[in-house]
Write a protein that binds this ligand. Structure first.
Ligand code: URA
Length: 218
């Protein structure tokens, strides 16, 4: 199964210069400004213990956006999301979908590393969420894949378990969202990789055929 329309779009984007064709002009400049803000952000106390804010990586014109939880030790040191062991597995998952890391956009719910890699607290998520909102506005992905419960619950404002949420389509401001297991969880529980692959196959189909549409009001 191919990712036909996505490949065509990427080729066309390369040829034509993307901002002019598909995006509001100046998206890349806006993202750079936002990145600068994030790297130096002091909105929550996490900035006291981190090396730097970690913004995102990948294509600013990606159709598919992955949202993880928070930077870990490696990400904090390098300033790039998903570069540690969980990142290597995420790379393999992306490759298994027939895509390259450079073709998708990867970020986190919160941009500063929590101490001892603990889960982000509600006030930290709240302080950081406007950055993610702006990234989504600028990137305008067709599809978002949330990785794990903290990312899923924060984006979709829910408190449900991953068992309930994963593998099903949800919507954030009209954008199709498919939650799946976090790659760090899959490293701890490799027996769940089969379920994650089922989810990734749904993403492949949605990229090839177009994402599901949010239910209308009528
Ligand atoms: N786990 C995450 O959720 N994000 C990262 O960037 C790295 C590990």
């Amino acid at each position: 199964m191919g990712t036909g329309w996505l490949k065509k779009r990427l080729e066309l984007e390369k040829l034509m210069g993307v901002d002019a064709l598909f995006r509001k002009p100046g998206v890349s400049a806006e993202l750079r400004k936002l990145e600068e803000e994030v790297r130096n952000c002091t909105r929550c106390r996490l900035h006291e213990g981190r090396t730097q804010g970690v913004f995102a990586c990948g294509s600013p014109h990606a159709a598919l956006m992955f949202i993880g939880e928070a930077p870990g030790r490696d990400e904090d040191a390098q300033g790039i999301p998903f570069v540690g062991r969980a990142g290597k597995l995420l790379d393999q998952m992306i490759l298994a979908m027939g895509l390259q890391r450079e073709e998708v956009y990867i970020t986190n719910i919160i941009k500063s590393r929590p101490p001892n890699n603990r889960e982000p607290r509600a006030d930290e998520v709240e302080a950081c969420f406007p950055y993610l909102e702006r990234q989504i506005e600028l990137i305008q992905p067709q599809i978002i894949c949330t990785l794990g419960r903290p990312a899923t619950n924060a984006l979709l404002s829910t408190n449900r378990s991953m068992g309930e949420m994963r593998g099903k389509w949800h919507f954030y401001r009209g954008i199709a969202v498919l939650p799946t297991y976090h790659s760090a969880y899959l490293l701890r529980s490799p027996g769940q990789k089969g379920k994650a692959w089922q989810d990734l196959k749904k993403l492949i189909v949605a990229l090839a055929e177009g994402p599901p549409q949010a239910p209308g009001l009528f």
